[in-house]
Design a protein. Structure first.
Lengths: 118, 845
């Protein structure tokens, strides 16, 4: 049985065009919000495993999850009817998902190194 | 005996029959126009008029800054002039010009007879005109906004701007934004649904892709600013302290909300122009557009990335390195899809055999100016450089290179390209060429110098500067360039007048383009196409000169008239398969009356006549309900012939017609506003000084829970009503009960606002709780109207097993309201708990 989300995407394949960057947007908002939250509650001042702060651990985890979700999305898309059609929209959706993955890595890569609250 | 061949006489008969139905009436009837061609032209003329006003203001600025310590304008007037220059150019010229352009062109590009909601087009036009007029009249009376086009708090708060200047901006611009939001919904739905049969998404002309992206960006981009304007006006009018740091507010909240709109706005302005370039360039390169798919990808990527840049206007406010990195990276990234488009256009030129004509000249101007603006944009995306150049004239130079390069030059190219379509005449004089050179050279003299003054440290927004600091000659040159550019624009106006007055007539498709708009007669008739085409290939490689006469002779779909109906076709949004017939409304004064009532409401707020404002507000509500009177049928029609052997149902009898989608997209915009509000409250909790508040809301649990349950009951009741209607054709009571549920929820929410929240003027937290509950109350109140309307339509016979559209649109509202009340009441209950947490560091992310 197909999930409601899968069924919606099947009925409106145009949604694949915005899936990757939709994830990028969601990651952007989430990371910025968690960063704000962590700074307010001094998560960056706490020491956890390997000398990493709670702030760093949470941010890196979220960024990694976004990458994994995007890769999963690309794989899922490549099994969809739209991808099999290989028309302009099908190819565009594939490219957009890949570009979104690149954007996630480029935009949120700094979570591994930069000082979070200064 | 007639000498006219039979097909022509058929075509002429069809033309007369359609014109009788579709034409705008003369005299006062012009004010009742709802036709896209008429309103598109009016939008563009009005936008160009505002452009001229903005241009005059820029001349005043340049006169003032031409010499050091100038006494031409005092600081008060100068502040009004530069604020109004930015406001007029951004809100009253660029966006409406694009809207007018889209309104005029879209149906013709897509092979439809009109946009999906012609009355909304008219309403948007009048809101734009009235809102713009309020701003201009305020300027004439010396009461114009004077806090900059970005209206930063606390400068625009009542402490520092006690007069009505800031209110004029907040109310006037919000009024104008009704126009933008209505255009966004209309354009989105029209592109997705109102296309010619066979025009799948993959066959859409590239321009339609761009406009689709832009309209969706507007739906998400404008609400944060509308919210910010409403909150600031609430602060100014009722002392609710959202931006007052002494009472738990934060002026940075304004900056976040404003730039969340303000940066995408740049791309909202640029992308339609890029769409025009992508349409025109292949025509003059005499080849197909290279990289159609890549351009679609790039346009969508730009649309998303542009929302991740807003903080690059706030790099200097004290944000942590990591957050700066997010925004800096996104700011740099957006250059890539933009460059993809530039390279696709260059590839198109190199692959074709370019022929030079006037539009091509302006497109080359675009390339030069926009690429320079883009490069300085990448410079400013780098935080260290931005810190040096922030708030200097370097930024003024950059934004003018981007906006004039990215919008004005392409729009001039588009004007020269599509004027023959609008007027039916080709130019015989060529003032456009010297005009181009004057604008191009004048532009660089004006704005290139500002890079230099900026790098030498000249700040923005100053009315005067001292002698002997090395800025004088550069500023003088800038001013000279400004006047040269103005002479160029004046020549363009003269040239257009000459073309309209003395131009020579031309046949179909004078540029040998491949897009559908050139298949109409020129100037186009009110119904655009006498019959609608079947599209069998990408819709930028058509043969308009061949298709046009066939369509005029009624050989396409709907090549006839029926019952005096204004008919066009809707298609499946992905495949382009014909889906149903859309019946459009006739000319009516209702949009004008509704806009007048809305204007009266705005003026009452402006002059602080709050109780009296309820009268025009009620008028707006009644008038909007009156819009529904001519809609719908009391009997089923079933599938009707559309020509070429096909039968389709009318839109009242299908599952998802344009009006259903319009509600979906309107709710997306509404949801963005609400989400911005909820995030804004959390932002204040985390970041604003002056927390914890002196008191917390005490709503208890019973009443909030009751409100949530009642709001949740309404959609369930609406669903049962729809199911009953689809089974038996009749279900009155569920809608009455849904109305009662919404009314109950509304009363509880109002009661909570009045009793559970201590004085909301004392702290931003209390003000925010008050507003969140108010938002929920407003939606449940409107839910009463939706449910009551459903019950009335049922009672009056407009609903049957086939005709449940009104009920399903109402259900969407009830669904949204239930979620809003759940989120809003949840936040109000949660906030006292959150406030209980001690925020130790209070650092400012």
């Amino acid at each position: 049985m197909k999930s409601p989300a899968t069924e919606t995407v099947r009925r409106f394949p145009i949604l694949w065009l915005v899936a990757g960057f939709g994830l990028w947007s969601l990651t952007f908002l989430t990371l910025y919000m968690v960063l704000t939250l962590g700074c307010a509650f001094s998560w960056h001042m706490t020491d956890h495993a390997f000398g990493l702060s709670l702030q760093r651990i949470v941010l890196v985890t979220l960024a990694l999850l976004a990458c994994i979700a995007n890769i999963g999305m690309i794989r899922l898309y490549r099994r969809s009817e739209l991808h099999e059609r290989r028309d302009t929209i099908g190819v565009a959706a594939d490219r957009l998902n890949i570009v979104a993955l690149f954007c996630i890595i480029f935009t949120f890569g700094p979570v591994v190194a930069l000082s979070p609250c200064h | 005996m007639t000498t006219t061949p039979e097909p022509d006489s058929d075509a002429i008969r069809l033309h007369h029959a359609l014109a009788t139905i579709w034409d705008t009436k003369p005299g006062l009837g012009r004010l009742a126009a709802v036709n896209h061609t008429v309103l598109g032209r009016r939008f563009m003329i009005a936008a160009f008029t505002f452009f001229a006003i903005g241009g005059v203001l820029s001349m005043l600025i340049r006169i003032q800054l031409a010499t050091a310590e100038s006494a031409f304008l005092g600081p008060d007037i100068y502040n009004q002039v530069f604020t109004m220059h930015g406001t007029v150019m951004m809100f009253l010229f660029a966006i409406p010009m694009f809207e007018g352009f889209a309104i005029y062109l879209l149906p013709k590009l897509l092979g439809a007879r009109d946009l999906a909601f012609p009355r909304l087009t008219a309403f948007g036009f009048y809101c734009y005109i009235f809102g713009g007029s309020i701003l201009i009249i305020a300027l004439l009376f010396g009461a114009a906004p004077d806090s900059g086009w970005f209206m930063y708090t606390p400068l625009s708060s009542s402490t520092y701007t006690p007069g009505i200047n800031a209110d004029v901006w907040l109310l006037g611009i919000t009024f104008v934004e009704i126009s933008a939001m209505s255009a966004a919904v209309e354009i989105t739905v029209s592109i997705l649904k109102l296309r010619a049969p066979g025009m799948s998404l993959t066959r859409m002309p590239i321009f339609a892709w761009y406009l689709l992206v832009v309209a969706l960006m507007m739906l998400v981009g404008f609400p944060p600013m509308i919210l910010a304007s409403v909150l600031l006006e609430l602060e100014r009018a009722f002392d609710l302290p959202f931006f007052d740091p002494l009472r738990g507010g934060d002026s940075l909240l304004w900056q976040h909300l404003f730039w969340l709109f303000g940066h995408p706005e740049v791309y909202i302005i640029f992308l339609p122009a890029a769409g025009a370039i992508s349409t025109m360039l292949p025509v003059f390169a005499q080849t197909r557009l290279v990289g159609y798919g890549a351009i679609v990808v790039a346009a969508i990527a730009v649309g998303f990335l542009s929302f991740g840049l807003w903080v690059h206007h706030m790099f200097t406010v004290g944000i942590p390195h990591l957050a700066l990195a997010f925004f800096s990276a996104a700011s740099a990234l957006v250059a890539i899809p933009t460059a993809v488009q530039i390279f696709a256009w260059l590839a198109t030129l190199s692959q074709g055999r370019p022929r030079f004509d006037v539009p091509m000249l302006y497109m080359i101007g675009f390339f030069v100016v926009f690429v320079m603006g883009g490069l300085t944009g990448v410079m400013l995306a780098m935080v260290p450089f931005d810190w040096q150049a922030h708030d200097t004239h370097f930024v003024v130079a950059h934004l003018h290179y981007v906006l004039v390069g990215g919008f004005v030059f392409p729009m001039l190219a588009a004007a020269y390209y599509w004027l023959p379509h609008i007027t039916g005449k080709f130019p015989v004089h060529h003032l456009s060429v010297p005009a181009f050179w004057l604008i191009f050279v004048g532009f660089h003299i004006t704005f290139f110098m500002m890079h230099l003054t900026g790098l030498r440290g000249m700040p923005r927004r100053v009315h005067s500067y001292p002698d002997g600091v090395g800025w004088e000659w550069l500023n003088f040159l800038s001013s000279v360039g400004g006047f040269i550019m103005t002479i160029g624009f004046a020549l363009v106006v003269v040239d257009i007048i000459l073309q309209v007055r003395f131009g020579k007539a031309h046949g179909r498709d004078p540029w040998k383009a491949g897009t559908l708009e050139w298949a109409t007669a020129t100037p186009p008739p009110s119904y655009a196409f006498a019959s609608l085409p079947q599209i069998d290939r990408r819709a930028d490689g058509l043969e308009p000169a061949k298709i046009g006469p066939e369509l005029a002779a009624g050989k396409g779909y709907l090549g006839f008239t029926r019952n005096g109906w204004m008919e066009t076709l809707a298609v499946d949004m992905t495949t382009g398969k014909p889906d149903h017939i859309v019946l459009l409304p006739n000319s009516t004064f209702l949009p004008l009356y509704t806009a007048i009532a809305t204007g009266a409401f705005v003026l009452c707020l402006l002059f602080k006549l709050y109780w009296i404002s309820l009268v025009p507000l009620a008028g707006v509500l009644v008038l909007l309900l009156a819009w529904t009177v001519p809609c719908g049928f009391r009997e089923d029609h079933g599938p009707l012939p559309i020509g070429n052997g096909l039968d389709l149902p009318i839109h009242y009898e299908v599952d998802r017609p344009p009006s259903w989608w319009a509600m979906v997209f309107a709710l997306v915009g509404n949801g963005t506003l609400y989400t911005s509000l909820l995030f804004g409250v959390l932002f204040l909790w985390l970041v604003a000084p002056g927390w914890p508040p002196p008191a917390v809301a005490e709503p208890g649990l019973v009443l909030p829970l009751a409100a949530v349950l009642l709001a949740a009951a309404a959609p369930l009741l609406a669903r049962s009503g729809i199911a009953a209607a689809q089974r038996s054709g009749s279900a009155f009571m569920p809608h009455v009960l849904a109305a009662a549920a919404q009314l109950g929820a509304c009363l509880i929410l109002v009661w909570l606002m009045a009793t559970a929240i201590p004085d909301p003027t004392t702290h931003a937290y209390l003000a925010a709780s008050f507003v969140v509950l108010g938002y929920c109350a407003l939606h449940t109140g409107l839910g009463v109207i939706f449910a009551g309307f459903g019950a009335w339509r049922q009672h009056a016979g407009y609903v049957s097993a086939r005709r449940t559209l009104d009920l399903r649109i109402g259900k969407l509202w009830h669904d949204y309201t239930a979620l809003s009340v759940l989120a809003g009441v949840g936040l109000v209950l949660l906030l006292p708990l959150l406030i209980g947490f001690n925020i130790p560091s209070g650092e400012q992310p």
